[in-house]
Every structure is written in C-alpha cells, then in structure tokens.
Write a protein that binds this ligand. Structure first.
Ligand code: MTE
Length: 306
C-alpha cells in the first residue's frame, strides 16, 4: 500500500482543524506519512508548507472533498466519482510533456513525485455551479515541470489532456463531453507560482475521484479548469480547445477566472455556498487571489474574455 496513515489520526479526525494542524506539523517534520514515503528523496527534505500562498481558512472536511465531486468520466452526479472511480488503475502511469520545447519527455508518476519538492498549499476552490471548498493540496509548481523540457519562444499556451480509457472510465462511453477531457492555460498562467500539479490532499495520496494520480490546480479560476488524471501536457502556439468551451462556448470561456461581475447564463456568480455552511458568502474577484494574479490580465476586457 502506498499510503500509511499517521497512527493516531483517522480520516474523521482530520475534519477537525486543530488536529489537522497538528498533523501538518507531522508532515513538516517528515514523520513518515505515506506520500512522503512514496516521495522517497523528498521525504528527507520534508514537505514544505507555503504560508504565503495558503489560506488560513478552515479546510473543508476530507469526507466532503472526497465524496462531492465532478468527474464526468465516472458519471454526472456528485456522488458518482467516489462510488465509481475505484475502477481507474493509476499505476503504471506516464505523463507525456511535448510540443514547443527543446526536450520533450515522458515521466513516470512516481519519478515525478520523487524528483519534485512537494508542498502543502491550502487553496480555496470555487466551482462555476456556485459552491466552494477549502482544500489542503499536496503538489508542486507546474512551472518546475515545464522548465525541465525547455519551452521554446513559440510556447504561448499549455494544453492538458486526461486519460482516455472507457474500459475503466465508464462515462467516456457517453457523449456528455467530447473525450478526452481537455484544458488549457496561457503560458504565464501555467508558470505562475500559484499554479500547481497536485498529487495528494490532506497529506495523503490523491483519491481517484479527485483526479489521481496527477491533477491541475489553478485557484483563481473556476474548478473545471482543474483537469484530473492528466496524461499529456503540450506546449502550443495557439489557444487550445477546452472541454467545456467546446460543449457550450457561450457559457464557458477559455479564461474562466472567478469573477463575481460576470454571471454564467444559469448561475449568478456574485455569491457562493461554502460546502458545510448554510449562508451564502460573497464571491471575490479571482477567488481572492487578485493581489497575485490581477496583473496577468491588465488591459484585458474580462467581460469579453470570460
Ligand atoms: N477533470 C476531468 N478529467 N473530468 C471532469 O469531469 N471536472 C471538473 C474538474 N476536473 C472534471 C475534471 C470540474 S467541473 C470541477 S468543479 C473539478 O474538477 C472538481 O474537482 P473535485 O471533484 O476534486 O472537487
């Protein structure tokens, strides 16, 4: 088994913030949690915690993060991914990084986990459907991977693809979306220090329903930009096609920055319901990360570029 739980903490315990914080001290001290064991060399260095980027808001209980999901390859209801994603085999798993770069390469997931410095990042996640969570991810900056393949000056965008395997992903037998799921970022968004590839959450290996073994996390954008179970990352010259934009271009734009001033045709984006809370709260521009990312969009009309 890849993961060994800390002996005095169970999944239920981590719903309590004080215990979770104690657990985080364990992680910082490299106390032998599974992900660190899997990380091998990285465990010697411990799991870095990035207070500058992490929110101090209370993390959403792990049971909610892992049972209220969108992962259409496993069904369209929120409970479908946790019920069905066990069929996905996440080993062996290779990620191809190619396109406009000097050194295209394929990486085995466990080599990526070993080679990169894993960090905990506690980020807000805002779904375009009007709900939000606070998720303690474990991952590493996407920039660290992209630098390795040496992007050329033609690399203006980054395109991502999920695995295509209908035998293990039953939703791919239906035309809900054009498969495989695709996403994209501009190169400056992809190399921004807030943008990470996650391999875990709550100090453990990423559950299948959350996008194992590797998923994108871009906290200032709507959750659907966070493509799961990635097998290909391509540096490209032109803006790539993205799954939701192909399905409904008037509803889902390429940028999809969280923006309370631009409503989705079916959902107001002014407020959101934090999972576990009753009252709705105001949605913040760029999901509250404006101080880090607003400059990326200086001079752009964000109503048109939604
Ligand atoms: N990635 C793939 N491959 N397939 C999907 O259906 N759903 C997206 C995104 N990534 C999706 C995906 C949507 S709509 C959201 S809101 C987030 O994953 C949900 O992530 P979570 O289930 O970990 O909260």
């Amino acid at each position: 088994m890849l993961i060994r739980h800390a002996p005095d903490l169970t999944d239920n315990d981590v719903t309590d913030r004080s215990l979770y914080l104690r657990r985080r001290e364990f992680i910082g001290g490299a106390a032998g949690l599974g992900l660190l064991a899997a990380a091998g060399a990285a465990s010697a260095r411990g799991l870095a915690y990035s207070p500058g980027f992490s929110t101090t808001e209370t993390p959403t209980p792990k049971k909610d993060i892992t049972s209220y999901n969108n992962f259409y390859e496993f069904g369209v209801n929120k409970e479908d991914p946790s019920e069905n994603a066990g069929s996905l085999k996440t080993r062996p798993w290779t990620i191809r990084v190619d396109g406009e770069c000097e050194k295209p390469a394929s990486f085995a997931i466990d080599d990526l986990i070993k080679a990169n410095k894993l960090e905990e990042r506690i980020y807000r996640m805002r779904c375009v459907e009007g709900w939000s969570m606070v998720i303690p991810w474990v991952g590493f900056p996407l920039k660290d991977l992209l630098t390795q393949v040496k992007p050329t000056s033609k690399a203006k965008f980054v395109a991502f693809e999920t695995l295509m395997r209908p035998s293990e992903m039953p939703g791919q037998r239906w035309d809900t979306l054009q498969w495989p799921y695709r996403e994209g970022l501009r190169i400056d968004e992809a190399t921004h220090p807030l943008t990470i590839l996650a391999v875990g959450l709550y100090g453990d290996v990423l559950p299948n329903q959350n996008g194992a073994p590797l998923r994108l996390v871009v906290p200032w954008k709507y959750g659907f930009k966070g493509i799961k179970s990635i097998v290909r990352i391509s540096l490209v010259e032109r803006m790539p096609a993205t799954a939701w934009n192909v399905l409904a271009p008037r509803e889902y734009g390429f940028y999809s920055n969280v923006n309370p001033a631009v409503d989705h045709p079916r959902w107001s984006q002014a407020t959101e319901r934090r999972i576990g809370e009753f009252r709705r709260r105001e949605t913040l521009p760029f999901n509250g990360y404006g101080q880090y990312v607003a400059d990326l969009y200086r001079g752009m009309d964000l109503k048109r570029n939604f």
